[in-house]
Design a protein around this ligand. Structure first.
Ligand SMILES: Nc1ncnc2c1ncn2[C@@H]1O[C@H](COP(=O)(O)OP(=O)(O)OP(=O)(O)O)[C@@H](O)[C@H]1O
Ligand SMILES: [Mg+2]
Length: 228
């Protein structure tokens, strides 16, 4: 069993769609892939899993594990777990998250875990996404964008992983902004500024079917490095 924690430089950076693409390719390699989003928030879906992210990534992975394992805690407002706790009086349950993670990771060859927001999204006081990754004892993958400002956000994310001694598998640039840095220059600078490998970049996607995700992700990312 192998697990990867897919975090990002911010909310809406593309973590869910990057996991979907990764899951499709890993599955087509003949590897059994599972997905998890420990905490999710927002408007609940009417059918199936409450979390829209879980609906998307489970479909890509073709995994249909129970909601209590793939998304142990759902908050029906768009907020960090900490803010949701304060507003709704429902405390984030770290021990439940960790036991679900343990069970789920035993059911698959690889488990892709989606974070919430960025690396310092608060869960409890003095307990952030970094603490959760640390307790799961798994490496991180950082999803970043190509828009100006990304260098600052990416360096901050890498530095926080280093502070918490979280190994980083690599950076994936989600190049869906129309007026960002040139990918060649951004890759060069990320490599020299952070010493973290850049696994590749994903272009703007117009067709989100599994076949299209497979084609794009297979040719755009270094899966050997990711799964090493
Ligand atoms: N490569 C891409 N091409 C086109 N659209 C994209 C791409 N990546 C992400 N998007 C769009 O950007 C939006 C945000 O992406 P996504 O939901 O994956 O972000 P996220 O990091 O998972 O956010 P959250 O923190 O809420 O979980 C989505 O509407 C998605 O359709
Ligand atoms: Mg998401």
């Amino acid at each position: 069993m192998k697990s990867l924690f897919i975090t990002g430089t911010d909310t809406d950076v593309g973590k869910t769609y990057i996991i979907a693409g990764l899951a499709v390719v890993i599955r087509k390699m003949g590897i059994d892939v599972g997905v998890m989003k420990p905490f999710a928030a927002g408007k609940a879906q009417k059918k199936g899993y409450k979390s829209k992210d879980i609906v998307i990534i489970s479909k890509a992975a073709q995994a249909c594990d129970p909601e209590s394992l793939v998304n142990p805690q759902f908050f029906p407002i768009a907020a960090s777990p900490y803010t949701a706790w304060k507003n709704l009086k429902t405390k984030p349950k770290i021990s439940t998250i960790l036991s679900s993670f343990k069970k789920l990771s035993k059911l698959h060859d690889i488990l892709l875990v989606e974070g919430m927001g960025g690396i310092m999204t608060p869960i409890l006081k003095d307990y952030y996404i970094t603490n959760l990754i640390k307790e799961m004892k798994i490496p991180a993958v950082i999803v970043t964008r190509s828009k100006i400002g990304t260098v600052n956000h990416t360096i901050m994310t890498v530095k926080m992983c280093e502070k918490y001694k979280i190994p980083i598998k690599g950076i994936i640039i989600n190049d869906f902004d129309s007026n960002g840095y040139k990918i060649k220059e951004l890759t060069r600078d990320f490599k020299s500024l952070t010493n973290v490998p850049v696994l590749g970049s994903i272009p703007f996607i117009t067709n989100f079917t599994n076949n299209s995700l497979y084609r794009i992700f297979k040719k755009s990312l270094n899966f050997k490095l990711l799964l090493r």
